[in-house]
Write a protein that binds this ligand. Structure first.
Ligand SMILES: Cc1cc2nc3c(=O)[nH]c(=O)nc-3n(C[C@H](O)[C@H](O)[C@H](O)COP(=O)(O)OP(=O)(O)OC[C@H]3O[C@@H](n4cnc5c(N)ncnc54)[C@H](O)[C@@H]3O)c2cc1C
Length: 385
């Protein structure tokens, strides 16, 4: 059977991996010259079940509307109306009532997925600057703390242990935060961080070495055309999936939600080692190996534009300097990427109506965390059909 996987980001690479595990030979088709050069290049780095809370809420919706009149919001909505944006936003609002169930579903997938990554990395000896030290969330006022406690109940039902810790425990866990005061702090020991780009490239290199995969550098324009050459196709093209699905008459409601990151090279001894999540500012911070710190955030609904805008990068640098004044920020590399986001935050991993095409896409803000799970599931559904 001739199988193609389209897209060599994290979803395509993990899908390819699980297909080869089942004995299939795979053509991995990628329009860029190397794997993981699009959204799976320099994301926040967090493998975080503790970040499973769905974004669908009235407060986030109002925050988005407020951003139209504010210059320093972490959610930015370009007011220019397009049909795809309007449909996506209406569906986003429609999913608010299902938020709790969505949060629990994502959390369960994330827990399984993180365990799968551990197994893959061990079995295949993949190095990706894995930091297995947990993730800390912190909150600045009573309202945020009460919300965090409510979310904790959902996480607990899903099987995740996120515990509230004291400032003394925080300072022992993460000495770089000694002296900082928060209203509350939560810790998830089972969460981790690692470099998505290294993971994808090292796994692809291994599969190429073992002759299980052929990496083909080509831009796919029409799935019908590819189906003349391949018996089965797995569509894992991130924000490119929507357009390609259209060529087989399918509608995938995936909108590009732009985010930014900075990589601080050689941050020095005062940089944190445990990964952090500032829920208020929607900023994540991860240590990648000894010499890099990655800080990421912002959500901008502005089409497929990938320009790196300085005034969007600045809040990440300011956050870094404010939180960790002792860090060396002489060498900073900014980046922007497009989250392939469904309006209800749930990835799409299923067979298309066309039957020879399978989807594994739409992983939004948690694609690094969720991909091992969705890839394994879609491949299992494929072989048992
Ligand atoms: C700022 C930011 C921070 C983030 N932080 C985190 C985090 O901390 N934890 C987490 O879990 N997730 C995080 N994410 C989300 C995560 O990075 C994404 O969900 C994930 O990378 C998406 O992977 P993908 O394979 O779907 O898409 P991509 O990585 O974009 O891969 C799709 C691939 O398909 C190729 N392609 C597209 N169209 C075609 C075509 N027509 N023909 C051939 N090839 C094609 C592209 O070139 C690309 O290589 C973050 C995202 C951003 C933007």
């Amino acid at each position: 059977m001739k199988i193609a996987v389209i897209g060599a980001g994290i979803t395509g690479v993990t899908t390819t991996y699980f297909l080869t595990q089942k004995g299939f030979q795979v053509d991995l088709i990628e329009s860029r010259r190397y794997p993981a050069m699009a959204t799976s290049y320099a994301n926040g780095g967090q493998l975080s079940a503790s970040n499973s809370e769905a974004w669908n809420s009235w407060s986030n919706t109002f925050y988005g509307v407020k951003s139209l009149f504010s210059n320093n919001s972490s959610v930015i909505l370009n007011p220019r109306p397009t049909l795809s944006k309007i449909i996506w936003l209406m569906n986003f609002i429609g999913a608010i009532k299902h938020k709790n169930k969505i949060t629990q579903d994502i959390c369960k997938m994330a827990i399984d997925s993180i365990n799968l990554y551990k197994k893959i990395a061990k079995r295949e000896k993949i190095k990706f600057d894995l930091y297995d030290r947990g993730i800390l969330h912190f909150y600045f006022n009573t309202k945020q703390t009460e919300h965090a406690l409510d979310v904790n109940k959902l996480y607990k039902k899903a099987g995740l242990k996120r515990i509230r810790i004291t400032h003394e425990e925080l300072y022992t866990l993460e000495p770089s935060l000694v002296g900082k005061k928060f209203d509350s702090i939560f810790f998830t020991k089972s969460d981790k961080s690692g470099d998505i780009h290294s993971f994808c490239n090292n796994l692809v290199a291994k599969l190429l070495d073992e002759n299980k995969v052929k990496l083909i550098n080509k831009e796919v324009t029409d799935l019908r055309k590819e189906l003349k050459e391949y018996d089965k196709i797995f569509l894992c093209a991130g924000v490119g999936s929507r357009k390609l699905a259209k060529s087989i008459g399918e509608f995938l409601n995936i909108y590009p939600v732009k985010g930014y990151s900075i990589t601080v090279n050689n941050p020095g001894p005062n940089a944190p080692k445990v990964s952090l999540l500032d829920d208020e500012k929607k900023i994540v911070c991860s240590r990648l190996g000894e010499n890099r710190l990655r800080i990421a955030g912002l959500a901008e609904l502005n089409g497929y534009n990938l320009d790196i805008i300085q005034k969007r990068v600045r809040p990440l640098i300011t956050w870094c300097n404010k939180m960790f004044p002792g860090i060396n920020t002489k060498d900073i590399k900014p980046w922007a990427g497009l989250r392939p986001m469904t309006p209800n935050m749930l990835p799409i991993f299923k067979k298309s109506k066309e039957k020879r095409v399978w989807f594994n896409t739409g992983h939004g803000h948690l694609g690094w965390t969720l991909s091992a799970y969705t890839a394994k599931s879609v491949v299992n559904s494929f072989i048992t059909e």
